[in-house]
Design a binder for this molecule. Structure first.
Ligand code: GLA
Length: 383
């Protein structure tokens, strides 16, 4: 991240210096589209983050400068509901302010410059990183004493109410609660969590970015969520204890097969299996059984591709290559519709896999994928 540029740009535009906050993107080992179904996820924060210098300016106006954008990179907006800025990027900041205020937090205007190295649209949660940076930073600067759970919920509510994505809590939680060297096993219903030291000796965790940009706001993500809610509601008629699909079994789903659409049936089947896969991975990790971890990752990919239908040709292609190269586990990561695969690969197979993936991807799609080695890092903090 580029702190010197943030600092010099802030001084140039606002003639002063503020406090600097940073919040990371995330990976997720397994547990995809389970968060809004009340299930478990297994994310970790990474060494790529959004970073902002922020200083209260004593007015009612926020003045924000997005350092990484070449055009339309400045926004000034008030803090009332009707002041919503037109730029999408500024809505993340505006939404965080509004959600803080709805919870009784007293904030005023501020100046900010921000920049980041979380690739956009790659399934690594750049938007959650941005929300968490501002939620964390404003909480500190205005001495609001909002707890970390609520900070994560402020980011999530920003997505729901100002960005049109009915996301779960995983991304914001990982960005706020991340811990170097540990994954987080999170129960998305109770928000109970456990740090899980993750150091797979002899393996590497690597992301390959197809560079197909996903946009969850175009409605497909919300459609998946609606399918799950319909299926859960159908099951609940027979089993009142089923609050979310997390509580359902495949037998319960079979029993309502004729009451729901074939599409909702497929979506729900994926989620019920995925909840189980997270449990399997948890157990396997405790025994150091990375072969099982990897097999479940392939299982997730298959489900996301064929049942949940959130993969794409490029992701499926990388997944096939991983299998052919003997990679232990591989799957699409995050919401899907593009972005990255996450790969658990034995060190001795790493070089051959990367070489093969780059060459064959390029000859099929005309460009190479991008590679990121994963470093599991700390969550939101002041620099
Ligand atoms: C996106 C959402 C998360 C989660 C994942 C899929 O990243 O923001 O809440 O649903 O997709 O697991």
């Amino acid at each position: 991240m580029n702190i010197n540029s943030i600092r010099s740009t802030f001084a140039k535009y606002f003639g002063a210096s503020g406090s600097v906050y940073t919040s990371p993107g995330r990976i997720n080992l397994i547990g995809e589209h389970t968060d809004y179904n009340g299930g478990f996820v297994f994310p970790g924060a990474i060494d790529k983050a959004m970073t902002a210098e922020i200083k209260p300016n004593g007015t009612d106006t926020v003045r924000a400068y997005a350092l990484d954008l070449e055009t339309d990179n400045y926004a000034a907006f008030g803090l009332k509901e009707e002041d919503i800025p037109k730029q999408q990027w500024a809505r993340y900041i505006f939404g965080v302010c509004r959600e803080i205020m709805k919870r009784g937090g007293k904030i005023g205007g501020f100046d900010t410059v921000f920049s980041g190295d979380v690739p956009l649209g790659a399934g690594m949660s750049s938007s959650a990183a941005l929300e968490s940076t501002f939620a964390f930073g404003l909480n500190d600067l205005f001495e609001l004493e909002i707890n970390k759970f609520e900070l994560a919920k402020i980011g999530q509510a920003t997505e729901h109410n100002y960005c049109g994505v009915k996301c779960g809590i995983m991304d914001q939680f990982a960005s706020i609660f991340g811990k170097a060297g540990s994954l987080i096993l999170l129960d998305c219903r109770s928000l109970e969590y456990q740090y899980f030291p993750f150091n797979p000796v002899g393996y590497k965790l690597v992301l390959l970015n197809t560079n197909v940009k996903h946009a969850l706001a175009d409605g497909e993500y919300n459609k998946r969520r609606a399918s799950c809610e319909r299926a859960a509601a159908a099951i609940r008629k027979q089993h009142p204890e089923v609050e979310f699909l997390r509580d359902a079994t495949i037998q319960m789903l079979e029993a309502v097969k004729n009451d729901i659409s074939p599409e909702d049936y497929l979506r729900a089947g994926y989620v019920i299996e995925e909840v189980q896969r997270v449990m399997d991975v948890c157990q396997a990790l405790e025994q150091g059984d990375y072969e099982t971890v990897g097999e479940r990752m392939y299982g997730t990919h298959h489900g996301m591709s064929k049942l949940y239908e959130v993969s794409c040709e490029e992701l499926d292609f990388l997944n096939d290559i991983a299998r052919k190269c003997g990679v232990t586990g591989s799957r699409v990561m995050g919401g899907g519709f593009g972005g990255c695969t996450i790969n658990l690969v034995k060190e001795e197979k790493y070089n051959d896999f990367i070489k093969e993936a780059f060459q064959s991807f390029k000859s099929k799609f005309g460009h190479e994928p991008l590679l990121y080695d994963v470093v599991i890092s700390d969550g939101a903090r002041k620099l």
